[in-house]
Design a protein around this ligand. Structure first.
Ligand SMILES: Nc1ncnc2c1ncn2[C@@H]1O[C@H](COP(=O)(O)OP(=O)(O)OP(=O)(O)O)[C@@H](O)[C@H]1O
Ligand SMILES: [Mg+2]
Length: 326
C-alpha cells in the first residue's frame, strides 16, 4: 500500500495536514481501495483511494471514478440523516481519492456478528437507514442524474454476481439473466450497492454506512437483498438462530420505510435477488470468505437454487431459511 508524494501534497493543499511528517496507518479489509487512517491537527481522518484492479483471486478491473460516486453517496446520505454516514472533509485532486472523518470506537458490524454479538434492534436500524435513503431519493430526477453509474454497477455487481453464475450454470441461466435484465431496467431510487456488514460501523447513534463505491440510481431492492444475504450466510456459518431473527428484523424495519411503491413489490424483487446473491456467494466470483465448509456451502446452495427457480418474497424467504439440512 504505497503512499505517494501527491497524496501528502493533496492533503496539505486541502488544509488537512501541516508541513511536518504525516503518518499513514493502513486500515485493514480493503479489496478495492487503499484506505489509511491519518492523524491530523483536527483529529483522525480516513483517506481512501480506489485501486484500478481489485485484490480478489479472479482478475477484476473497475473504473477509479467510483471514488466520486462514493463521495456523492456519503454526502447525499448525510443530507437524509447525518448520523448514517461519515462526513466528507475533502475530495483530493489525484486518483479520485477523498478524506472523511474517522469515527473512533465504532466496531465493524461484521466483526460483531462473527464474535456472536447479534443485536436484532441494530439490524432493524440498518433496515430503517437504508430505507430512509431510498425513500428520500425515490423518483427524484436530481439524484437520478447525479448517479449515472449503470456501467460501473454492471461491472461490479450485475456481471460478477448474477451473470458470472449464469455463464456457468445452464439450469439457472434463464432466471439469472432475466433478473439481471430486470435489475438494470429499474430506475427507482439511490442504491448504495455494497450494504454488507463489513461496510457498516456500529456507531453510538446506530449504523454508519461506508464504502458506497457502487452507488447507482437503480432498484432499491438490491440493497435490501445484498444485506439480507450476508445475514443468512452467517446464520448457516454460525448455526445461530439470532441471525435469522436479525434478518427478519432488518426486512421488517425496511418494509415499514417503503413509501415510494407497493411494499410487496419491493419484497418480491428482493426475494429473487437474495436467492441469486446467495448462490453468487457460494459459486460466484466473490465467495463469502468464511463459508469454506462443504456442508455449509451445500445448505446455502440447495436452498438458493430452489428459491431461484421458485422465488419467494423476501419476508417469506427469511422466515423459512434453514441453517441446517437436518
Ligand atoms: N470513516 C471511518 N471511520 C472509521 N473507520 C473507517 C472509516 N472508513 C473506513 N473505515 C475502516 O476501514 C475499513 C475499509 O474501509 P472501506 O470499506 O471504505 O474500504 P474498501 O477498500 O472499499 O473495503 P472493502 O473492499 O473491503 O469493502 C472499514 O471496514 C472500516 O474498518
Ligand atoms: Mg469495505
Amino acid at each position: 500500500m504505497r503512499v505517494d508524494a501527491d497524496m501528502i501534497e493533496d492533503l496539505r493543499s486541502a488544509g488537512l495536514v501541516g508541513e511536518g511528517d504525516v503518518a499513514f496507518e493502513p486500515l485493514t479489509g480493503g479489496v478495492s481501495c487503499d484506505v489509511w487512517k491519518v492523524e491530523t491537527p483536527g483529529g483522525p481522518i480516513v483517506v481512501k483511494r480506489p485501486l484500478e484492479q481489485l485484490r480478489v483471486a479472479a482478475e477484476w478491473h473497475a473504473p477509479v471514478e467510483r471514488g466520486t460516486s462514493e463521495v456523492r453517496w456519503l454526502k447525499r446520505a448525510r443530507g437524509v440523516d447525518p448520523r448514517i454516514a461519515p462526513e466528507v472533509l475533502a475530495e483530493l485532486p489525484t486518483g479520485h481519492a477523498f478524506a472523511m472523518r474517522f469515527l473512533p470506537g465504532c466496531p465493524v458490524w461484521k466483526d460483531e456478528l462473527m464474535a456472536g454479538h447479534v443485536d436484532g434492534a441494530f439490524a432493524a436500524q440498518v433496515g430503517t437507514g437504508i430505507a430512509a435513503v431510498h425513500a428520500a431519493t425515490a423518483h427524484n430526477d436530481g439524484d437520478r442524474s447525479d448517479f449515472p453509474n449503470d456501467e460501473m454497477f454492471r461491472a461490479l455487481r450485475v456481471d460478477p454476481f448474477l451473470l458470472h453464475v449464469a455463464a456457468h450454470d445452464v439450469e439457472l441461466a434463464p432466471a439469472l439473466t432475466a433478473l439481471a435484465g430486470d435489475l438494470a431496467s429499474r430506475k427507482i431510487a439511490l442504491v448504495h450497492g455494497d450494504v454488507s456488514p463489513k461496510n457498516i460501523l456500529v456507531g453510538p447513534d446506530g449504523p454508519v454506512f461506508l464504502d458506497a463505491e457502487c452507488a447507482v440510481y437503480g432498484d432499491p431492492a438490491f440493497d435490501l437483498a445484498f444485506c439480507t444475504t450476508h445475514l443468512l450466510l452467517k446464520a448457516v456459518w454460525s448455526g445461530d438462530a439470532r441471525l435469522n431473527e436479525a434478518a427478519a428484523a432488518l426486512v421488517g424495519a425496511y418494509r415499514a420505510g417503503i413509501d415510494w411503491e407497493i411494499a410487496d413489490d419491493v419484497l418480491r424483487r428482493a426475494g429473487a435477488l437474495t436467492a441469486a446473491l446467495l448462490i453468487a456467494r457460494v459459486e460466484g466470483k466473490s465467495p463469502a470468505p468464511y463459508l469454506t465448509d462443504h456442508e455449509h456451502k451445500r445448505i446455502v446452495r440447495d436452498q438458493a437454487r430452489a428459491l431461484l427457480l421458485g422465488p419467494a418474497p423476501l419476508d417469506a424467504l427469511v422466515a423459512h431459511w434453514k441453517r441446517t439440512l437436518a
